[in-house]
Design a protein around this ligand. Sequence first.
Ligand code: GDP
Ligand code: MG
Length: 164
Amino acid sequence: SKPVVAIVGRPNVGKSTLFNALAGEMISIVKDTPGITRDRIYADVNWLDKDFTLIDTGGIEPDSKDVILSQMRDQAQIAIDTADVILFITDVKQGLVDSDSKVADMLRRSKKPVVLVVNKVDNFDKFMPDVYEFYNLGIGDPVPISAASRLGLGDMLDVVTEYF
Ligand code: GDP
Ligand code: MG
């Protein structure tokens, strides 16, 4: 069967926007209300000669006691367990936050290959300096993208598909 790639990260970093850009259709709801949307969504994606299954997740709020947010975290954990490669999405506009470090810890425990993606880099010249702080996560080289403007997606897919 095809390799599975899971998109994980905090809510609102742009996971569903990226999923839709890669799936080529508006499948996943952007700016969704937690719990309203299906919490895992699948798409078949092709990049050059490689096919894989992409999974969108609702998001991970590491410390939340909220029932819906903890269910989203459990669903994300299932996606992580299912995945061959994890796309860990962060947000350059918010910068590196404590929750990102906690998600990074979860991902390290999974022992799966992780591609660290910094989204919302809508202008590479302007925002690249802000991308470098994500090296502090200690989870690899940050890959800058703008899911909304579809910038950097090819380079990101090259990194992902190297793991298959
Ligand atoms: P999710 O909760 O991680 O699935 O995030 P969404 O895909 O729902 O996006 C959350 C918000 O970020 C929405 O308002 C998106 O339009 C916005 N967003 C997503 N990608 C980008 C991007 O590349 N640049 C900017 N500026 N905004 C983005
Ligand atoms: Mg989403």
